[in-house]
Design a protein around this ligand. Structure first.
Ligand code: BG6
Length: 307
């Protein structure tokens, strides 16, 4: 039996969940139940897309030019940033947003729930390089629950005998009609660090609309956010717990063109116009200490309703 056949024999769920590999050897869990479809790449423990059956378009966006190759981060989906967010504090050569999104994870469990949802559990597989970059005994798991809503639980356990500090994010790309026509609510009155202006501290007044590159870390907020999308006539609701930062990011045209993996969108315009990142995080001021022997969770639930 090949490893893929073995995985399917142990953890597939007939009529709901199967595993496939692409030409580059990456393995994906494909979920199709009565409520939604979703694709999860084992590299990165990365939800690539999610589309409830009520929706004509996915809710989690993935670039038409995304690369699905060993060791490469996928442009779109819900990348797991861990155990640091952004550049490493001291080591410029370490990967941005940590290594969790580019290493292999293993599937530890799968279940068909009575609610009709499908649940998949994955755990990061350490290797020599991750141990060199993160010399702490730890376990990182993600529990993905696919249904009318998408639930993600990112679970960090400190297996060592000293505390450690992590930065983390579920760096989710949401699919929208057009970036210029959405409004993001929930962060009114919050303090943020503006990465486009050298981390200047500012306060959010009113809802957020977009007319240029936006890269902000909102701090000390556990608030639920809502993306109002006039173009696709829907609202995406982002509820969270165990997260005190929300990162809001759109690259806009120049940066998107430099990135090279944003691709064209559905109507010929740049793909970047059809996504916005609203990331549930613990970053900068809100990095968290995980005491020895303890577990902490970052939980999100995404849902969609007509607008
Ligand atoms: C955001 C950061 O979270 O991720 C941005 O705030 C960054 O600064 C963006 O450009 C994308 O990062 P990456 O590493 O996936 O290109």
């Amino acid at each position: 039996m090949t490893p893929l056949e073995h995985l399917n024999a142990r953890l597939s769920i007939p009529g709901q969940l199967g595993f496939r590999a692409n030409a580059e050897g990456l393995v994906f869990a494909e979920i199709d139940n009565a409520q939604a479809t979703a694709s999860i790449c084992l590299q990165g423990g990365h939800v690539v897309t999610w589309q409830p059956k009520t929706e004509a378009r996915p809710v989690i966006w993935v670039s038409s030019a995304a690369k699905f190759a060993p060791g490469k981060s996928i442009r779109g989906g819900a990348p797991v940033c861990w155990p640091w967010f952004g550049p490493h504090e001291t080591e410029a050569g370490f990967p941005a947003h940590g290594y969790a999104r580019t290493v292999n994870w293993e599937v530890t469990d799968s279940r068909a729930l009575d609610s009709g949802e499908t649940e998949l559990a994955l755990a990061l597989v350490e290797n020599e390089q991750t141990r060199a970059q993160w010399p702490h005994r730890s376990r990182l798991e993600i529990l993905v629950t696919v249904g009318r809503s998408l639930k993600l639980n990112l679970i960090t356990t400190n297996l060592g005998d000293h505390d450690f500090v992590i930065g983390e994010a579920l760096h989710t790309y949401f699919e929208i009609g057009d970036i210029a026509e959405v409004r993001l609510l929930g962060l009114e009155g919050c303090e943020y660090l503006d990465k486009v202006e050298n981390f200047a501290r500012k306060r959010q007044e009113g809802g957020i609309t977009f007319s240029g590159e936006t890269d902000r870390v909102y701090v000390n907020t556990g608030a639920e956010c809502v993306i109002e999308d006039a173009g696709l006539r829907r609202r995406i609701r982002i509820a969270k717990s165990g997260s005190q930062s929300t990162v809001v990011w759109t690259p806009w045209v120049e940066k998107a063109e430099k990135m090279g993996d944003m691709g064209p969108g559905t109507s010929g315009q740049g793909g970047w116009r059809e996504m916005v990142c609203v990331e549930s995080a613990n970053a900068l001021d809100n990095r968290v200490t995980v005491p020895a022997g303890q577990t902490r969770r970052l939980n999100v639930e995404y849902s969609v309703e007509p607008f």
